[in-house]
Design a protein around this ligand. Sequence first.
Ligand code: PEP
Ligand code: MG
Length: 292
Amino acid sequence: PLGLASIADNGTLRTADGSPVLLAINVNAPNEVDAVNAATTAGIGLMRSEFALTSLGDAANEEKQFVIYRRLLDWADGRSTTIRMLDVGGDKPLAGLAEAPSLRGIRLLLARPEIARVQARALLRAAVFGNLHIMLPMVMFPSDVDDVRQIYREEAGELARRAVPHRIPPIGMMVEVPAAALMLDEFESADFFSFGTNDLAQYLVASPREDADFAHYQVKAVPAVLRLLTQAIKLAGSKPVSICGDMAGDPSLTAKLLAAGIRHFSVAPAQLPAIRSAIVGLRADGTKAAGE
Ligand code: PEP
Ligand code: MG
């Protein structure tokens, strides 16, 4: 077990040869943070807002959303807090909303902008209270990010007219659709990237992630996902890159992810200890430290 002394108070770890690595948590139900000491993390790398907003009524409720987001920012106490906009549709249905299976993630947000606008206002207001980052799900094309940015600009204008305190935080995107991963250098209006290896893997092997009979296909696809990640990180240039898919929480893959260039991991809280000790026992190039 790793003493708290080896974790800086912003949650930055160091590899065995001294490279800083950030280790943040993924949050599904908002109350999951109650069991985690924020000071042992680099904040929240992925909050799946679809776990907090389980009906169309929630998605229309700005005040309820504002309270949830503010609570997460309070928990994080200044640490980076990345909240992903609603990722519903497809394998993630939203009660009260019946849409075609392909209308999911960002596509659904843009097709039903009234849903996106409520969430945008709640996030713009919450952003005043902490280090918020907004993340967009299932982005395919640069125009997706531009279109959502326009919504944020318009809603910020509306809040300003009403003298409601607000702030436009950085807006980044999930990299979980292969077409986006291959073209990352084209996404000028995204402020940061986070790899969603769960969806990347399923789309790379053309086998749905919820199909248990073919779960071994996702495992077999790991080398392909790693190669795609390595290429995409180069295309990302100087923009911040992280990983929040399940591969980030698998200690048997930490060496390969470091070697691919990942320096920011976001994992389920239960995986924190395993990934923490994996990182400090490896050099930044993924090789094992002497004595390990
Ligand atoms: C992913 O696709 O890897 C991801 C983190 O998003 P989700 O698991 O919520 O689809
Ligand atoms: Mg996903």
